[in-house]
Design a protein around this ligand. Sequence first.
Ligand code: SF4
Length: 285
Amino acid sequence: MTLQDELIDWFDAEARDLPWRSRPEPWPVLVSELMLQQTPVSRVLPVFEAWMRRWPTPAALAAEPAGEAVRAWGRLGYPRRALRLHAAAVAVVERHGGEVPSARADLLALPGVGDYTASAVASFAFGDRQPVLDTNVRRVLARLVTGVAFPPPSVTAAERRLADSLMPPEGAHRWAAATMELGAVVCTARSPRCDACPVSQHCRWRAAGYPEHAGPPRRGQAWAGTDRQVRVKLMAVLREADGPVPRSALESVWDDAPQRERCLDSLVADGLVEPVTDELFSLPA
Ligand code: SF4
């Protein structure tokens, strides 16, 4: 059996039962892909389920104010994704009659849809033969085939060529999903479980004795005291209110006034918060 066959067989037997897999239609796949950027599956699941119950089609979401999308985004983080998803739903209704398009160029033209997301939707929802290079897939290919601990900081032409060359002629979308799953549950960044790996006999990194990462230092994600933390706190106040909130309510969640004002200004600039007056703020209409 080939590497591809072995990994796909493992995926068919062991993959987690995730709702966007059991229902791989274009809209749920697009929603899940935007939510899963930078947020783990366990946090995405409840928000995704509620989102799809409320907005089962792009038209349902497009008919509501963008602020409702931001509110429903909850604590997934990076809430500009909610605005982009709302804008994508509006574009799908206006340009494609409410159906998520299948052509890669049309997908790429939607707000919030970049190279990775267009490939993922084309592959998982439409079964296209597309290389899908997310963080998990890149790490798996780096270890399994290139023989290094981690891929470069951003996607390179060599990685694209490698991903292209590994796609099986049939079932490329299942290969993509299988490599992604392996990276998510077995070949994790910090503690790969090689004894449970279905393709360990093919792994060049393992065969080489797990050489240390020799590339540029990997970025950690600082949190406490960062502007990101302040933005999250400010957004929580706005999401949980029924209507506009006074500046005093925002002041109560962060003491450092210059940092708080800078973060509030950045939320306004991003379109996530609307000043109703100098002293009142709300989610976008
Ligand atoms: Fe990852 Fe270990 Fe499998 Fe290699 S053998 S692909 S390092 S889990």
